[in-house]
Design a protein around this ligand. Structure first.
Ligand code: ZN
Length: 135
């Protein structure tokens, strides 16, 4: 566990939220990317060693669409950078943590990612991510 890689924020109106975060952080997003497997568009802002990820929906089936329907826009997950995601999965399973997916998958920002189920983390959706090359 190295650092908070990013904090994910689910947004219902990406244009509006980008305008808010441009002003709040006094900078522009450095990257926008569609993640087809998750049916989301992600926008990233750098903030020191960490990032803020805005997540917006590209299809009504997206898990983010369901989240926004239930709870509205807001903080969605916290992502922790790890060196070896497979090793951390094995370690955390031994500690009785539950994962949403059995295997890590390719996420935004050239990362291997996996989510822990909030029921095993006190209600917080936690993403582990391992960079596929240093960025
Ligand atoms: Zn994320």
């Amino acid at each position: 566990m190295n650092k908070i890689e990013h904090i994910g924020i689910a947004v219902s109106d990406l244009g509006l939220s980008e305008a808010v975060f441009d002003k709040l952080l006094n900078r522009k997003a450095y990257k926008s990317e569609e993640v087809e497997s998750e049916k989301v568009k992600t926008t990233f802002y750098r903030l020191g060693e960490s990032k803020i990820e805005l997540l917006s929906v590209t299809h009504p089936d997206s898990v983010i669409a369901k989240y926004i329907d239930k709870r509205g826009s807001g903080m969605h997950h916290i992502a922790i950078a790890v060196d070896d995601i497979h090793q951390e999965i094995t370690r955390l399973k031994k500690e009785q943590f539950v994962f949403i997916d059995e295997q890590p998958k390719r996420g935004a920002d050239n990362k291997l990612i996996v989510f822990l189920h909030p029921k095993s983390t006190g209600g917080v959706l936690v993403e582990l991510c391992q960079g596929l090359n240093d960025n």
